[in-house]
Design a binder for this molecule. Sequence first.
Ligand code: FES
Length: 151
Amino acid sequence: MPMVPSRSPKAHNAGSPDPAARSTRIDSALYVMHAMTDLTSHLTYVCDSRDLPSESAKAVVVDARELVAWRDSAGDAHVWDDRCPHQGSDLASGGVEGCVLVCPSHGWRFDINGQFVVPLRVFSESRRPPVFARTYETVEQDGRVFARLTD
Ligand code: FES
């Protein structure tokens, strides 16, 4: 009668060169699963992707928050507070130029990170004022745009 290989945990681990490495891989997999769960939780639906053509901005109210959803020329969607950090104008009434959102009131421009950007002839890169629009982590999935609306 032929011998059947044992499937005990000890025998299964015998093929692993380093049990500690296996444990680390399992820990890493659990960490990734946890991170994915965290990523998909606390996301709030903002709008449908089809309502956000390239280089457009749209005002959206979610849970009494006034937001601007906009899409840059690279195709990425962004969700920010619809309030310019300069004097509070609604950014959704502005325009999108490439990967920059432009405030309609005084023309301040904000890059995809929400940072105020100005022509280098006005400020050198190192002296750029640290002014930011309020941005939210944005995820686009299955034809819908979501944001993690933190306080
Ligand atoms: S209020 Fe936006 S640039 Fe002045």
